[in-house]
Design a protein around this ligand. Structure first.
Ligand code: THU
Length: 127
């Protein structure tokens, strides 16, 4: 049985995943950030023929939140086909912008787990 989660956040990540631009990997990812004000800001992965130019869904959502003036971030949900976990670069960006965030990692049939940024990136480098 799934533990209690902010279902709206996961749903927003699922919806954002439908917009993913992933013609190279075909691995679509959706993410959604929950702000302290209760707003939800979503993102998807955006790939590039020059592979390193690809942007992960988590960083699209996190940077969109900052661009919208939201700096107090409570949680992030990430949805993939298989419940894949955030990459190392995204963990570092989470540690910068939302070190207190809960992280909900979900697959496409609703299985998920809850973790935290601190658990995903212990002893993080900081400014
Ligand atoms: N990807 C994400 O969007 N988030 C992650 O945390 C891991 C990887 C994307 C990048 C690329 O478009 C695809 O998944 C395959 O690596």
């Amino acid at each position: 049985m799934n533990e209690a989660i902010p279902q709206g956040l996961v749903t927003a990540a699922q919806t954002a995943r439908e917009q993913a631009y992933a013609p190279y990997s075909n691995y679509t990812v959706g993410a959604a950030v929950l702000t302290a004000e209760g707003e939800v800001i979503a993102g998807c992965n955006v790939e590039n023929a020059s592979y390193p130019a690809t942007i992960c869904a988590e960083r699209v959502a996190l940077t969109a939140a900052i661009a919208q003036g939201k700096r107090q971030l409570k949680a992030i949900a990430v949805v993939t086909v298989d419940g894949g976990t955030p990459c190392g670069i995204c963990r570092q960006v989470m540690a910068e912008l939302g070190p207190e965030m809960d992280v909900y990692i979900s697959d496409d049939v609703g299985n998920f787990r809850r973790t935290t940024v601190r658990a995903l990136l212990p002893d993080a480098f900081g400014g």
